[in-house]
Design a protein around this ligand. Structure first.
Ligand SMILES: [Zn+2]
Length: 207
């Protein structure tokens, strides 16, 4: 993989996340798989919306930074766990997007079949139990969902999503955040009409 191209991609989509208010202030972290034992990841204390090349470091799967004196993101081992478990995943975005984070804070998984598109793309978005940020406990509690899901809510914390291409991963984040907003609106309206089992199966059959 061309490191410069990967950096440019992460900077571009990080900026977009910032513009869309998916990654407020210094929160969250982004990464890209370089090969079987190395990733590019944002540094500790960098803001996803305002990244420059110096905010991205090359790191091995043991968490060791290979090309800089800067520290990698404190959630680095969460990214590594995701890449190790899922060889198909090439990009990871961890953000504290406000609407998804509202569900994470309320401990409400997005697991009801409310919108056809979401059923199709996500099935459901599960909620991982709370773990102290940057702890091994957080890695264990969150990574157990990576086997079956590409996107997970992290209790009292935020959201993490992985994908094969960065554009696709970003667009799914955008979709998930808009969906979280829609679900909150149904609660404001006081009514939500769920898709029934048959309708859900019909949607799955489109895959
Ligand atoms: Zn976080």
């Amino acid at each position: 993989m061309d490191i410069k191209l990967l950096k440019d991609e992460l900077i571009k989509y990080g900026k977009l996340c910032g513009e869309k208010d998916f990654t407020p202030g210094i929160s969250g972290n982004l990464s890209a798989r370089v090969d079987d034992n190395r990733i590019l990841i944002t540094t500790s204390g960098s803001a996803n919306g305002y990244l420059s090349e110096n905010d991205l470091v090359l790191m091995d799967f043991d968490g060791k930074v290979l090309d800089s004196d800067k520290k990698a993101s404190s959630e680095k081992m969460l990214h590594v766990a995701f890449y190790k478990m899922r060889p198909d995943i090439r990009y990871i975005m961890h953000v504290h997007a406000p609407y998804l984070s509202s569900f994470a804070a309320a401990h409400i998984p997005l697991d009801k079949p409310l919108m056809a598109e979401i059923v199709f793309y996500f099935g459901q978005i599960p909620l991982a139990e709370y773990g102290l940020p940057s702890s091994k406990d957080l890695v264990e509690k969150t990574s157990k969902y990576f086997k079956d899901y590409n996107a997970v809510l992290m209790a009292n914390h935020g959201f993490i999503i992985g994908g094969k291409e960065l554009k696709e991963t970003y667009l799914q984040l955008e979709l998930a955040e808009a969906y979280a907003k829609t679900v909150i609106n149904t609660r404001v309206l006081g009514k939500e009409v769920l898709l029934n089992k048959e309708q859900v199966e019909e949607i799955y059959s489109l895959k």
